[in-house]
Design a protein around this ligand. Structure first.
Ligand code: PLP
Length: 352
């Protein structure tokens, strides 16, 4: 039986995508070759890459000022790439909004390259809200934030207002709703939640913000080199890009981000509604900042945690244990999670 997979990532993708991907491993487009054994510079793979980039541009309405890249090294490499490509050698300064483990890691990496100002933090309450009303200095090279906090279950509903270059780690909510890409200098996301398999990292970057730091950037970390090489400065993660392309096709066929966003709202409402109305469960996140992707909750009586997990397992529900730094439970309900699976979890909660 296929499980209801609430994993935070790598996570569920549409079944149709898995089916097409498995066929391409055996015989890609009737070439008699596996997708995995063809050259990344073959016309067949270049067509896959071009299609993936074109679909990202179409689905996210990426303006001509921005370039789309598929890189390696995960979002974690973007923590340092953003800083090394944007922070000036002389008097470099950046602003970070600290909303949890991932933004904190990004902030730490940036400290290797210049002054970092933590303009706001939610650490005082173990990151159960999104800070508001903070001041962003005007003399920074860029402002960084994490749009959705995968571990703590919070999400920016309004993005920071600034005239500085805006950089966002959108690893866990990219493609979950429409975004005005023109407002951003850089958007990056590890693929392994709403896009595709781990191994590809999507980067959307405004070209005219590059080349201004006065520093020598190692080739593999230099966005300008990757833009020039169309993500093929080194061998790209061909399988991860192919599966991402299939998933982008699927997103388009679903009606794009407006339609996807509406479904995500419905799924999240179903689950939060149960948490709020069932006296056994509680969610401690500020209501207006609740994530539509990662729903965290606790049992009021945590001595029953193991029993609840056992009830979930018996119902074919997997990966609902909370992150080790928070405890409790976390149901990740990314795009590909069917509402029937959310209902299956709600049914277990009701019975419990
Ligand atoms: N940023 C966010 C918001 C994440 O959720 C994760 C991983 O879950 C990361 C960054 C790290 O991504 P990667 O493992 O691709 O480096």
């Amino acid at each position: 039986m296929k499980k209801h997979n609430f994993s935070a990532g790598p996570s569920i993708l549409p079944q149709e995508v898995f089916q097409k991907a498995s066929q391409a491993i055996l015989d890609f487009d009737n070439t008699g070759l596996s997708l995995i054994e063809i050259s990344h510079r073959s016309k067949e793979f270049v067509a896959v890459y071009d299609k993936a980039v074109a679909l990202v541009k179409e689905i996210l309405n990426v303006p001509a000022t921005h370039e789309v890249l598929f890189l390696q090294g995960g979002a974690s490499t973007q923590f340092l790439m953003t800083a090394i490509n944007l922070m000036k050698v002389d008097g470099g300064k950046s602003a970070y909004i600290n909303t949890g483990a991932w933004s904190n890691k990004a902030l730490k990496e940036a400290k290797n390259f210049g002054e970092v100002v933590e303009v706001a933090s939610s650490a005082d309450t173990n990151h159960n809200y999104i800070p508001k009303g903070y001041q962003i200095p005007t003399d920074v090279d860029y402002v960084h934030f994490t749009s959705n906090n995968t571990i703590f279950g919070t999400q920016f509903k309004n993005y920071p207002e600034t005239d500085a270059v805006l950089v966002a780690d959108m690893s866990s909510d990219i493609f979950s709703k429409p975004v005005d890409v023109s407002k951003f200098g850089i958007i990056y996301a590890g693929a392994q939640k709403n896009l595709g398999p781990a191994g590809a990292t999507l980067v959307i970057i405004k070209k005219d913000i590059l080349g201004n730091t006065g520093r020598t950037i190692p080739s593999m970390l230099d966005y300008q080199i990757h833009i020039k090489g169309e993500s093929m400065f080194n061998t790209p993660p061909v399988f991860a890009i192919y599966v991402s392309m299939l998933n982008l096709e699927y997103m388009k066929a679903q009606g794009g981000l407006e339609a996807i966003s509406q479904k995500n709202e419905e799924k999240a409402a179903l689950l939060y509604n149960e948490i709020d109305n069932n006296p056994s469960f509680v969610n401690n996140v500020a209501k207006e900042d609740r994530s539509l992707m990662n729903v965290v909750f606790l049992l009021n009586d945590d001595s029953k945690d193991a029993d609840f997990l056992a009830a979930c397992t018996a119902a074919g529900i997997s990966n609902v244990k909370g992150h080790r730094s928070v405890g409790g439970f976390r149901a990740s309900i990314y795009n590909a999670m069917p509402i029937e699976s959310v209902q299956a979890l709600v049914d277990v909660m009701k019975k419990f």
